[in-house]
Design a protein around this ligand. Sequence first.
Ligand code: IDP
Ligand code: MG
Length: 151
Amino acid sequence: MRLERTYVMVKPDGVQRGLVSNVIARFERRGLKVVGLKMLQIPRELAQEHYGEHKGKPFFEALVGYIISSPVVAMVLEGKNAVAVARDMMGATDPQKAAPGTIRGEFGLDIGRNVVHGSDSTTSAEREINLFFGQDELVEYRMETEAWIYE
Ligand code: IDP
Ligand code: MG
């Protein structure tokens, strides 16, 4: 059975600050399986499409400028309730409000530099995965640890 998938991205500030390994390690430790992984510098058009729901908001231009300013690390994670679990692990959008122990709650101070992105629903996840990954970039494999992560 294929479990739920989510799109997660270490944003430019996370890459520049050397937080990539720490962020990925947290998801791995939790039991989420990495099924796609790559580094890229997002073209402006893709950034605008990815953040399309925020078009017209006062922070939109700054958000697009930030997300294309330096490379990101994009990944697809698979696991039981992957979308909600990854969002919980990231914490609130505003790092000032993110719970201690979450990624944003440990690494961030400013809403415009909040280290990570994660899909907010399974519908968004499907859309975002298809925006950033081709089918040939996603892998299906079994991990021997699965019997020790899932009942
Ligand atoms: P999310 O990343 O937690 O899903 P969204 O509301 O989808 O939050 O916003 C997308 C991104 O836009 C946020 O992660 C943050 O980087 C940025 N953002 C959201 N609201 C603001 C704001 O009020 N000021 C500046 N940047 C914002
Ligand atoms: Mg969002």
